[in-house]
Design a protein around this ligand. Structure first.
Ligand code: SF4
Length: 358
C-alpha cells in the first residue's frame, strides 16, 4: 500500500508587519497592544510567513522563534549602558554606507531593509528606514574601495543584502569584481532561513563570480531551520558557496548548552560551519535579551568536549564604541609556578601542567 501523504500545514500568505497583524495571528495579546504600538513607533515589525510557521507555540511569548520577532513591552526599558550605535559603525564611516574598521576589510551597507526585524538587532535604530543605498552613495563607497588597495574583503550587510533582487546583486558584485584588490565578498544574511524561497537558481548563479563569495547565515535556534530553509542551504552548498553561521546569544531563546548544541549540530548537518556566537550588543531596549559574559562562558565551556570542534563557533564581544570584536570564550590556560610553565584545563575541568621548551 502506498504510504499516506504527510499533511502539510499551509504557510500563512504574507509577512506580518504591524501590531494589528500580530494580534490577528494570535501573536500579540490584546492587553499588550498599547505598549506594543509604542514599541512599533520606534522599531519596525516584520515577521515572514516562514518564521510564523516556525513558531511551535503561537501565543506563547517564550517560544524561541516568537521571542526573536514579536515585540515586547520590555523594549521600552532603555538601560543607561545601552547605545544607539552599539558597535560604533558611525565612528568608522569614511563615506555614507561604508564602515572601515579593520585595514583589510570594509562593511558595505547595501540596504537598510530586512525580511524580518529582529527585536535584539544591534542596528535597530537604522534598519527598515530607507531601503537600498542611494546610487550616489554606492558610487562613492565603491570609489573609496577602489582607491584603497589594502581592502581585501568586502562584507555586504545592511539590513540584509539578500533582500536585493538578483539583478541588483549581480550589478553590485560586477562592480566589486572590477576592483582587482578585492578578493573576497562576504554576505551576512538571514534570508536563506527566514525567506528561503528567495534563494532561487538565479540568485545562486549571481554569486558565482570572482571575487570568491562566502555567505554567513544568521540564525539563533534550531526551530528556525525549517525544511524549506534546509533546502535553501542545500542549494547554496551544492553551488559550492562556502557557508558559515553567526548566532547571537539571547536570553530566553538559546541561552542553554542544549539549545546551542541542537542549533550547531543542525547547522553542520546542513553544511554550515558555525563561525561566531555573538554576545548580545548594547542596543537600546534589548536588555531583556542580554546574558552576562560569565553565563556565555559557562555555556561554551559545557559545549567543549560535548560537541565536535567543527560545531563550535568562537564566542565574541563587539567592544562598544567601534573597537572591534574579540574572543571572550572561557580560558583554558593560566600561568604556572615558574617562567615558561602553564596550567591547562581540559574539557572535563581537570588541570595539567605544560612547560614551554627550556
Ligand atoms: S536581519 Fe540582521 S540587520 Fe535585519 S533586523 Fe535582523 S539582525 Fe538586524
Amino acid at each position: 500500500m502506498a504510504p499516506k501523504p504527510v499533511p502539510v500545514t499551509p504557510l500563512p500568505a504574507r509577512a506580518l508587519a504591524s501590531v494589528e497583524d500580530l494580534a490577528a495571528a494570535g501573536l500579540a495579546p490584546a492587553e499588550d497592544r498599547a505598549a506594543l504600538e509604542q514599541v512599533a513607533a520606534d522599531f519596525r515589525i516584520r515577521l515572514t510567513a516562514e518564521m510564523q510557521g516556525a513558531i511551535a507555540a503561537p501565543g506563547d511569548p517564550d517560544d524561541p522563534v516568537a521571542r526573536q520577532f514579536v515585540p515586547s513591552a520590555a523594549e521600552l526599558t532603555i538601560r543607561p549602558e545601552e547605545l544607539a550605535d552599539p558597535i560604533g559603525d558611525g565612528a568608522h564611516a569614511p563615506v555614507p554606507g561604508l564602515t572601515h574598521r579593520y585595514p583589510d576589510r570594509v562593511i558595505l551597507h547595501a540596504t537598510h531593509t530586512c525580511e524580518v526585524y529582529c527585536r535584539f538587532c544591534f542596528r535597530r535604530e537604522v534598519v527598515g528606514e530607507d531601503g537600498a543605498l542611494p546610487e550616489a552613495d554606492m558610487a562613492a563607497a565603491l570609489d573609496y574601495i577602489a582607491r584603497t588597495p589594502a581592502i581585501w574583503e568586502v562584507i555586504l550587510t545592511g539590513g540584509d543584502p539578500m533582500v536585493l533582487s538578483p539583478r541588483r546583486l549581480r550589478a553590485v558584485l560586477a562592480r566589486l569584481a572590477a576592483i582587482p584588490h578585492v578578493e573576497v565578498v562576504r554576505f551576512h544574511t538571514r534570508v536563506p532561513v527566514v525567506a528561503p524561497a528567495k534563494i532561487t537558481d538565479t540568485l545562486v548563479e549571481a554569486l558565482d563570480i570572482r571575487p570568491a563569495v562566502h555567505v554567513v547565515i544568521h540564525t539563533n535556534h534550531a526551530q528556525e531551520l525549517t525544511p524549506a530553509a534546509c533546502a535553501a542551504l542545500a542549494r547554496l552548498a551544492r553551488a559550492g558557496v562556502p557557508l558559515l553561521s553567526q548566532t547571537v546569544l539571547l536570553r530566553g531563546v538559546n541561552d542553554s548548552p542544549q539549545a546551542l548544541e541542537d542549533l550547531f549540530r543542525a547547522l553542520v548537518r546542513n553544511r554550515v560551519r558555525p563561525y561566531y556566537l555573538h554576545h548580545c550588543d548594547l542596543a537600546r531596549g534589548t536588555g531583556h535579551f542580554r546574558t552576562t559574559i560569565a553565563e556565555g562562558q559557562r555555556i561554551m565551556a559545557a559545549l567543549r568536549g560535548r560537541l565536535s570542534g567543527i560545531c563550535l563557533p568562537t564566542y565574541v564581544l563587539d567592544i562598544p564604541g567601534g573597537h572591534g570584536k574579540v574572543p571572550v570564550g572561557p580560558g583554558y590556560l593560566e600561568p604556572g609556578d615558574s617562567p615558561g610553565s602553564h596550567r591547562v584545563t581540559d574539557w572535563q575541568g581537570n588541570r595539567h601542567r605544560y612547560d614551554d621548551p627550556s
